[in-house]
Design a protein around this ligand. Structure first.
Ligand code: PLP
Length: 379
């Protein structure tokens, strides 16, 4: 099934809801016993922490987009990520994780799970031998994020899934960057996909949410244990907004990519920019791999400035259409000077790195904005 069909019609049945063309918002905590919803009956609704008709339709669509058997929505990306990790971990487990993953996911594994004896080996993720060498007897999980946060390092999903199967280790990937429009990790042998729906799936910077997608058996267990017990369930209203976001996901992703490619080309030619970091840009060290396992790249990229930090901050403050802020995935352009204040590179960051989200304002407007800001500061 094509993504366009899934995002528009799949999983919906207006005859269930008086012919309503849009999925109604079931803003209710409780579902009582009545004709058609008798207790004990299969498919019956009881309580929104367990299931809700609005949320279920979103879950069906996301599962189909990822070509997974089942999905469950959470109240945030971190709710989904921590639930997926807890599903595979027990006391004293060991995890192999990519170093440049989303920072709170890293902190959850490294700091929080340490109280249950969980240990982590962080790897760059670009070297298969390094990953295999990190696996030990206690390893239960390989945690990936490809392309990774800020540096957009790409992991070879098929090869890593093979290594994991050989050692009977589970694999989970954060697919927030690419979305299922551009990357379907389950089809490459990865066991479970997690998303922050606060980014592209929502797409309008108006919800905080998350999703877990995978085999029915795993996802049902996550719903029954981690989601029901920790309680980080998506609210019906957020599900309804997420559904609205998903309707235009394929169109938005194509446009984000088109704008981002144009901006990458613009930055490449700008003398104050040392490096453009974008998986679909031909200077990316894993450009070939990115092209092979993804069908596109999103609106998120980094550029490395060849300027002192204070000059970088000055330019960013002059921008009119790039708001300064940490999130991304909405309609709007954003900029985050995460590496501007550093005096050297680290494992997860480069000196002078600025992350940009290329929104839907149109590349011409954004280029003019940058030209104006650079001219104002540097003359
Ligand atoms: C934002 C983000 C998350 C966390 O999502 P929340 O919805 O804010 O909890 C996880 N992974 C990546 C890659 C993100 O960008």
């Amino acid at each position: 099934m094509r993504a366009e069909e899934i995002c528009t019609h799949y999983g919906e049945d207006p005859s269930r809801f008086h012919g309503a063309v849009n999925v109604p918002l079931f803003q209710t905590s409780l579902f009582v016993d009545c004709e058609g919803n008798e207790s004990g009956r299969e498919g019956r609704y009881a309580y929104t922490r367990v299931s809700n008709p609005t949320t279920e339709i979103v879950e069906k669509k996301v599962a189909a987009l990822e070509q997974g058997e089942a999905a469950r929505c959470f109240s945030s990306g971190m709710g989904a990520i921590s639930a997926a990790m807890m599903h595979y971990l027990k006391r004293d487990s060991h995890v192999v994780a990519v170093a440049s993953i989303y920072a709170p996911a890293r902190r959850f594994l490294w700091e929080y799970m340490a109280r249950f004896g969980v240990t982590v080996t962080f790897v760059r993720g670009t070297d298969l031998d390094e990953i295999e060498a990190a696996i030990c007897d206690r390893t239960e999980l390989i945690y990936l994020e490809s392309p990774s946060t800020y540096l957009f390092l790409v992991q070879d999903l098929e090869k890593i899934a093979e290594i994991a199967k050989k050692h009977q280790v589970a694999t989970v990937i954060d697919n927030t960057y690419a979305t299922p429009i551009f990357q379907k990790p389950l089809t490459k042998g990865i066991d479970m996909v997690v998303h922050s729906a606060s980014k592209y799936l929502g797409g309008h910077s108006d919800i905080v949410g998350g999703v877990v997608i995978g085999r029915k058996e795993d996802v049902t267990q996550v719903a029954k244990d981690e989601r029901e017990l920790f309680g980080a369930v998506m609210s019906p209203f957020d599900s309804w907004l997420m559904l609205r976001g998903i309707r235009t996901l394929p169109v938005r992703m194509r446009q984000h990519m088109e704008n981002a490619m144009e901006m990458a080309s613009y930055f490449q030619a700008l003398p104050i920019i040392k490096e453009v970091i974008y998986p679909y840009w031909n200077t990316h060290p894993q450009y070939e791999l990115a092209k092979r396992q993804m069908t596109g790249a999103s609106g998120l990229m980094s550029v490395v400035f060849d300027l002192p930090g204070d000059q970088i901050y000055k330019i960013l403050r002059e921008l009119e259409f790039f708001s300064r802020g940490p999130s991304w995935g909405g309609y709007e352009s954003l900029i985050s000077a995460v590496g501007a204040g550093l005096d050297r590179d680290s494992e997860t960051m480069k000196k002078g790195l600025v992350r940009l989200h290329i929104g839907l304002e149109g590349a011409d407007l954004l280029k003019e904005d940058f030209d104006r800001a650079v001219k104002h500061v540097l003359g």
